[in-house]
Design a protein around this ligand. Structure first.
Ligand code: FAD
Length: 338
């Protein structure tokens, strides 16, 4: 770990000011469960840490208005056990419950979760020097060095959204659920305040996989909002992993359904563990509208979600696994009573 300066501002404005004054190498830090980890691996080398955890009120959870609002500092565990979230939006509660471990969820914030970096083994197992090629080339860690996963061990890599430069999977569960539910983030930065759809927070890797998020330097997430919808009742986050607990998704699906009698009137479907960013599946959503949710229709929707999939050498299993994960999620959600 390299030396760094440390500041603990009391307001979002002070935090942005501290970030701007610190200049290149500044990073915000919240729960620290990802950033400290990457610093110890010598993959991240911030020169200035702006700790936002002393900002009062930025951990508030508000569920009484026409939308849910989660302050960026609310912990994953606090949001997961909120009674309104747990009752009316199981997709959100389950995405949080099924992530990491209880100890991590107690520390980790719902804002920091959105900006975690990939768990691609080649990204995390470099030389320890982010500016060199190291043991394994990684365009995300050392731009221009190449991608060892392409032609290498690609069992965990993406089948959607990858490029010739990067196939790393977007690791988070929570961003997938938020993408399905049309959530937005409230951002404060040097240029003022703005709102960004969660789905627009993530870049495709293209030729620049080291640029992962659309936030400008110094922009800080202060809150997350989710429009209220009756579809929340018929929703689920279905996560498939190599072991049943404490593991990242190899395939996941966040779904929510509006039903008109026994027919789907609107579907929300997003995928995790299979794509380079949280992945909305409009092909599956369109296929479901007006249909009775039979097992065949659910599996057809799953296959539609993966129509553009492109597998490597060892990750072809994700295409059928992912389709069946969507189908199972749809069946679980449809079985929930309003
Ligand atoms: C062993 C292990 C297993 C895990 N398993 C899972 C899993 O199964 N599913 C899953 O989804 N996650 C998993 N995680 C990741 C975990 O959920 C994240 O580490 C956590 O959510 C990050 O939140 P944090 O507050 O600790 O972020 P930090 O580590 O503090 O920050 C993460 C990033 O966000 C930035 N940041 C933080 N807050 C803000 C803000 N308000 N505005 C702007 N930038 C900000 C930081 O600069 C940093 O780049 C796992 C982590 C570990 C260590």
């Amino acid at each position: 770990m390299k030396p760094f300066s440390y500041a603990r501002p009391a307001t979002p404005a002070e935090a942005v000011q501290a970030f701007t004054a610190a200049g290149a190498g500044a990073r915000y830090i919240a729960g620290g469960t990802t950033l400290y980890d990457l610093m110890k691996l010598d993959i991240e080398r911030p020169r200035h840490l702006i700790d936002v955890t002393a900002i009062q009120g930025m951990d508030a959870i508000e569920t009484s208005g026409d939308r849910l609002r989660f302050g960026a500092l609310a912990t994953m565990s606090a949001v997961a056990v909120d009674p309104v979230v747990a009752r009316d939006y199981p997709v959100l509660a389950e995405a949080l419950w099924k992530a990491a471990s209880q100890q991590l969820r107690n520390m980790a914030t719902v804002g920091g979760n959105l900006l975690q970096r990939t768990r691609c083994l080649y990204f995390r197992n470099g030389s320890g020097n982010p500016s060199s090629v190291g043991a394994f080339p990684c365009n995300k860690r050392a731009p221009g060095s190449g991608c060892a996963a392409i032609g290498g061990l690609d069992r965990g890599q993406a089948v959607l959204g990858q490029s010739d430069a990067c196939t790393a999977v977007s690791p988070g569960d929570w961003p997938v659920a938020l993408t399905a539910m049309d959530a937005e983030v409230e951002v404060v930065g040097p240029a003022g305040v703005r709102t960004v759809p969660v789905a627009a927070l993530y870049r495709l890797p293209g030729d620049t996989p080291h640029l992962e998020f659309t936030l400008a330097p110094g922009e800080m997430i202060v809150g997350i909002t989710v429009p209220k919808t009756a579809a929340g009742h018929r929703s689920t986050y279905h996560k498939i992993r190599d072991r049943e607990s404490y593991a990242f998704a190899i395939a996941s699906a966040a779904v929510a359904l509006d039903m008109d009698g026994d027919r789907v009137s609107r579907a929300h479907v997003a995928l995790g563990g299979v794509a380079t960013r949280p992945w909305r599946a409009p092909e599956a959503e369109r296929l479901l509208v007006g249909k009775r949710l039979t097992p065949t229709v659910a599996l057809d929707a799953g296959h539609a979600a993966f129509a553009q999939a492109n597998a490597g050498r060892q990750n072809g299993y994700k295409v059928e696994l992912g389709a069946r994960t969507v189908a199972d999620a749809l069946t679980i959600a449809a079985g929930r009573t309003v």
